[in-house]
Design a protein around this ligand. Structure first.
Ligand SMILES: Cc1cc2nc3c(=O)[nH]c(=O)nc-3n(C[C@H](O)[C@H](O)[C@H](O)COP(=O)(O)OP(=O)(O)OC[C@H]3O[C@@H](n4cnc5c(N)ncnc54)[C@H](O)[C@@H]3O)c2cc1C
Length: 409
């Protein structure tokens, strides 16, 4: 592999300036590499700007991914401690409950699994839920609608991805990286199984030891420019941001068919799988109505939201590998094209960036072995999602005909 034969620090082109590109570029510069970041739009303007952006450790399986998720929380915290100017980590507890028998059973299994791993998770009695989250309208005590099994995760929190991207790219630039925005990669010359030239829309022609594909939902298109195959689904999702309002919301709520969390400046961020299901059949001009519907639903859970309006709504394309696990490493076809693409990448980007950079500067990372691109055999059936969060997402989004999942190969 490229890294193991290096006796100098590589010159690397990183394609994409979302959370993954920023984390990887930063870690590469810390390791001593010379880095150029090529971004087709603005920094942090892709999926990383249209995301719910919470810590999802509790739903990350199998164990190799759960361990990466824990390590990435620690890496977020470490990077945050070194940056007084930008705050992107917002520690916040999570409350979660389910409605159907099957979903409640899955939640019980999740809590048992987390207890076995020593991850903090507990059940709260209804009166404790009212104390922990006064913003929540709980059905009357003892009524049939009152959720009796509410899980409480005291750790975790939400992230501010644009602040993360800005902070890491600023630090990377201080270490000598250059960042080119509004300059899409449009072509690559491949000679004898290696990329020898990267061409951009503005006419730049660049050479590098390694090209790092951090293009998120567009990663398959970048791989194709080099003649490599990468399977990444694009799964659309919407978040709505309210105007500032005094809800007193203290926690991240993972309720049946609704997610809500505090956002910057007293705002609240909302997400629902039911709304995501509607996206494909809804023209962009009518998406505002979906965001209003999201706020209306949230108002039944958090009554103070009746005093808010929708300030912004955003639709992002999640980059989702076929089995839900990150894809990190060299594809078999091209010797110097390295891929870092992942669902749940707001959470996972810091650790993926660090491990990728160590590998690209000569130190193979066996922790990445379960996530190699070579695990997908060409022409094989689509593998089952093995990550619990991806399984849940696909089950909820594909539960109706209106799913928006585009297969990009
Ligand atoms: C509704 C929703 C909720 C989510 N909730 C969570 C959550 O709670 N927790 C979590 O961790 N994750 C969550 N995610 C997923 C997470 O947002 C994504 O995994 C993450 O943003 C992907 O980051 P990225 O850097 O890989 O991609 P992006 O942010 O999309 O960055 C890729 C960049 O590559 C650039 N690019 C593409 N093609 C080219 C080219 N040819 N040349 C140059 N540049 C190019 C793009 O312009 C873009 O800026 C959610 C996503 C959505 C949509």
């Amino acid at each position: 592999m490229l890294g193991s034969s290096l006796n100098y620090m590589p010159y690397a082109i990183v394609i994409g300036a979302g959370v993954v590109g920023a984390a990887t570029a930063h870690a590469l510069t810390v390791a001593g590499a010379q880095v150029v970041v090529l971004e087709g739009g603005q920094v942090a303007a892709g999926c990383s700007a249209a995301t719910f952006a919470v810590d999802i450790t509790r739903v990350k399986t199998p164990p190799a991914l759960f361990d990466l998720a824990l390590a990435s929380v620690a890496e977020h915290a470490r990077l945050q401690r070194a940056d007084a100017d930008q705050a992107w980590v917002h520690p916040t507890a999570t409350l979660e409950w389910e409605e159907t028998q099957a979903d409640r059973q899955r939640l019980r299994e999740r809590i048992r699994r987390l207890h076995r791993c020593g991850y903090p998770a507990e059940w709260l009695a209804p009166q404790r839920v009212r104390a922990v989250e006064p913003a929540l309208a709980m059905p009357p005590q003892g009524s049939d609608e009152e959720p009796t099994e509410v899980a409480f995760y005291p750790e975790g929190g939400w992230y501010d991805p644009p602040a993360f991207v800005r902070a890491l790219l600023r630090r990377a630039k201080r270490q000598g990286a250059s960042v080119h925005v509004n300059d899409s990669v449009i072509g690559m010359t491949v000679d004898d199984g290696r990329i020898t030239e990267v061409c951009t829309a503005s006419g730049q022609r660049l050479t590098a030891d390694v090209v790092v594909n951090c293009a998120g939902p567009q990663a398959a298109g970048i791989a194709a420019l080099a003649g490599a195959e990468l399977s990444v689904r694009q799964i659309a999702g919407m978040v709505a941001i309210t105007t500032p309002v005094h809800t007193g919301l203290q926690t991240i709520l993972a309720a049946p068919d609704l997610n809500a969390r505090p956002h910057l400046g007293g705002r609240v961020m909302l997400h629902s799988w039911l709304i995501d299901r509607e996206l494909e059949d809804t023209p962009a001009s009518r998406r505002r109505a979906l965001a209003e519907e999201l706020l209306r639903r949230a108002g039944t859970l958090i009554p103070m939201l009746s005093q808010a309006t929708v300030e912004a709504s955003r639709v992002g394309l999640r980059p989702v590998p076929p089995d839900g696990l990150p894809i990190v490493g060299f594809p078999s076809e091209v010797a110097n094209l390295y891929t870092v693409v992942s669902h749940s990448a707001i959470h996972l980007a810091p650790i993926l960036g660090v491990l990728a950079a160590r590998e690209l500067t000569g130190d193979r990372q066996h922790r990445l072995d379960p996530f190699r691109p070579t695990r997908f055999r060409p022409g094989a059936d689509r593998p089952q999602a093995v990550d619990e969060s991806t399984r849940t997402m696909l089950a909820r989004i594909e539960a109706s005909n209106g799913c928006e999942t585009a297969d990009v190969r």
